[in-house]
Every structure is written in structure tokens, then in C-alpha cells.
Design a protein around this ligand. Structure first.
Ligand code: GLN
Length: 202
């Protein structure tokens, strides 16, 4: 009952990485954004962004603070989760070449880390994302992974030179790049709509 009076709240996992840029972008989308570091905060949000950073560190901290189990549970119950870059790696079922790396394993994909090569550590590009319409999305890639294989129920939303860089599996969204570092709010807006739809069902 109490939930109905609470404004729609999108959480950003704030253990490590570029969570502040996501918080600012969500605020610019006109939605209430909440840093998530504790179990209680994770219980209160209607959706969660896992930011870029270092995937091994983010996962280690998720486990240390006991957030991994609840996050898996809530995602499996339908809460929208959007992982960007390291967040995508943390969400993946398989990490190529790192079979022992702990992960949430929510998203039915395999990813390759640092997959665009060392020479081109970072780059910015206009990425066509048909779901978002025209113009293409401005996307920043920083030591980015990409998706090497997709399993059942995974929809490919964008590819770059044949490499899959944005996927959706029902309530789960995973992207290799950083939309929070540009002025383009459309991908965050798309995620906020997923969160709004989820909240309506509650
Ligand atoms: N290469 C990093 C990792 O494996 C991800 C880079 C990023 O999030 N910008 O965690």
C-alpha cells in the first residue's frame, strides 16, 4: 500500500564506477534517482542501473554487502535492471575466458571483456538503435565488452560492425557503452518506461 504513495524511484548501484553520471542523467529525465548501497535501499527501488566501472570489483562488493542474492531475486521477480559496460558483464551468464569470475548470471548471453582491443581503448560513435528511432544514439565505449552469443528470449537492440552491443531480455537491459556520458537521454528514458510499466503491475 505504502508503495503507491512513493514516487517512481530508479536506483543506481553506487558501490564503484560511474554511478554519479547515471544519477544525474535520471534526474534530467525527471525521475527520482536513488543511490543503492544497502539491502534496504535495494528493497525500495522500482528498478536498478548497474553502472560501468570494474566488473570484478562491483561483483565482489555486491557479495560483500549481501546484495547479490536480493538483486537476483528481485530481477527474477520482474524488477527492471539495466547494466552498462561493467554492469553488462556482471549481469551476463557467461564471461569468455573468465569462467571463474563471479557474476549475477541473469542475462542469457556470453560477453567478451575489453573486446574492442587495446589500441582503441575508448571511442565515441553514432549508433543506430531502431527502437529509439532517429537520429542514431551517441554512444561512448570505454574498454567496452560486447555480447558474443545470445540465448533464448534475448532481443538484440543494437550492433556495431557485427558486434552486439545492446540487448534486452524481458525486464533486463544490457549495453556495452555509456549513454550517461552524453546529452542523449533516450536510452535512460526507454529504461524508465520499463520501470514505470513494472511499477504499474505491482
Ligand atoms: N573492462 C571493464 C571490466 O571488465 C569494464 C569497462 C567499463 O565499465 N567502462 O569490468
Amino acid at each position: 500500500m505504502e508503495r503507491e504513495h512513493k514516487p517512481l524511484t530508479v536506483g543506481v548501484l553506487a558501490l564503484q564506477g560511474d554511478f554519479e553520471a547515471h544519477l544525474r542523467t535520471l534526474q534530467r529525465c525527471g525521475v527520482h534517482a536513488q543511490e543503492v548501497r544497502t539491502i534496504q535501499q535495494l528493497q525500495e527501488v522500482d528498478g536498478l542501473i548497474i553502472p560501468g566501472g570494474e566488473s570484478t570489483t562491483i561483483m565482489k562488493l555486491l557479495q560483500r554487502y549481501g546484495l547479490d542474492t536480493l538483486l537476483r531475486q528481485r530481477a527474477e521477480q520482474g524488477m527492471p535492471v539495466y547494466g552498462t559496460c561493467a554492469g553488462l558483464i556482471v549481469m551476463a551468464r557467461e564471461i569468455e575466458g573468465y569462467p571463474q569470475q563471479p557474476r549475477l548470471g541473469l542475462l542469457n548471453v556470453a560477453v567478451a571483456r575489453n573486446a574492442f582491443g587495446r589500441q582503441v581503448d575508448s571511442f565515441e560513435i553514432d549508433l543506430p538503435v531502431p527502437k529509439l528511432g532517429e537520429p542514431p544514439l551517441r554512444a561512448v565505449f570505454i574498454r567496452a565488452p560486447y555480447v558474443t552469443r545470445v540465448g533464448e528470449n534475448v532481443e538484440v537492440l543494437a550492433s556495431l560492425n557485427g558486434k552486439i552491443v545492446l540487448v534486452q531480455q524481458k525486464n533486463l537491459l544490457g549495453g556495452a557503452f555509456h549513454p550517461e556520458l552524453t546529452e542523449d537521454l533516450r536510452l535512460h528514458g526507454y529504461f524508465v518506461e520499463m520501470v514505470r510499466a513494472y511499477r504499474k503491475q505491482q
